[in-house]
Design a protein around this ligand. Structure first.
Ligand code: NYM
Ligand code: MG
Length: 230
């Protein structure tokens, strides 16, 4: 088989600059494609879009979690095919967002449940990382994952903040903790944390590209496509 393209994931909090950096990185490769999750253009993506933009839409946390994963499976074959055709695929969010946001919901509702003025049920599955990763097992695993992190104070000043479900400062603080807890940076050298505090777009682009080159994900590879596993 001829060499394949590589799968590069950019993760981060809402408004961390992921989308900007994902587009810039995609443009660095002559044969590349940017895929954004959730992909709101698919059947399942349209339900997710309603859920995110209309706060009156009710879904159990388990159902929402499974829909986000199902949305990734909708693109599974396309991702594999494009990689095999030599495309570099840049992902703007993927499996770690899936786990971190659901886990954060669990932590958030647990806090509120301790507050006697709020009655809330806490669903144990949503706090269980093994349950959360389950539906994503077997999806193509990124060759490189970059997690863009910055201080929450800087985040809340950014444009467009606060329009969708989840975009609350208190919630984002928990999301950040969840990401840092679940990303296996110690044991998996395909995952890197990128501190973007006090850096402009060009500086972050350079930081990202340096890592991409250092990890050798800037060129086609003979390595088989990896799969998400525990
Ligand atoms: N999100 C995204 C999840 O809760 N689970 C997932 O699996 C993914 C991929 O969707 N606040 C959440 C995180 C975001 C929201 O994403 C919309 P974006 O990148 O703002 O369109
Ligand atoms: Mg967002």
């Amino acid at each position: 088989m001829s060499p394949r393209g590589q799968l590069i994931l950019i993760e981060g909090l809402d408004r961390s600059g992921k989308s900007t950096q994902s587009s810039i990185l995609t443009a660095k490769f002559s044969k590349s494609k940017l895929l954004k999750f959730p992909d709101r253009t698919t059947k399942i993506g349209s339900i997710i879009n309603e859920y995110l933009t209309d706060k009156s839409v009710q879904l159990s946390d388990q159902s929402a979690h499974l829909l986000f994963s199902a949305n990734r499976w909708e693109l599974n074959n396309e991702i594999i095919q494009l990689l095999n055709e030599g495309y570099f695929i840049i992902l703007d969010r993927y499996i770690y967002s899936g786990i971190a946001y659901s886990l954060a919901k669990y932590e958030f509702s647990k806090r509120n449940a301790n507050d006697s003025t709020v009655t809330s049920t806490v669903d144990e599955q949503i706090g269980d990382v093994n349950w959360l990763i389950g539906p994503d097992l077997g999806l193509p695993k990124p060759d490189l994952t970059l997690f863009l992190t910055l201080d929450l104070a800087e985040l809340s000043n950014r444009k467009g903040w606060g329009e969708e479900r989840y975009e609350l400062q208190e919630f984002q603080t928990i999301v950040k903790k969840s990401f840092l807890r679940i990303l296996p940076t110690d044991t998996d050298d395909s995952i890197e944390i990128v501190d973007v505090n006090n850096k402009n777009i060009e500086q972050v682009t350079k930081l990202i590209w340096d890592i991409v080159e250092k990890k050798g994900v800037n060129a086609l590879t003979e390595n088989p496509i990896k799969k998400v596993s525990i």
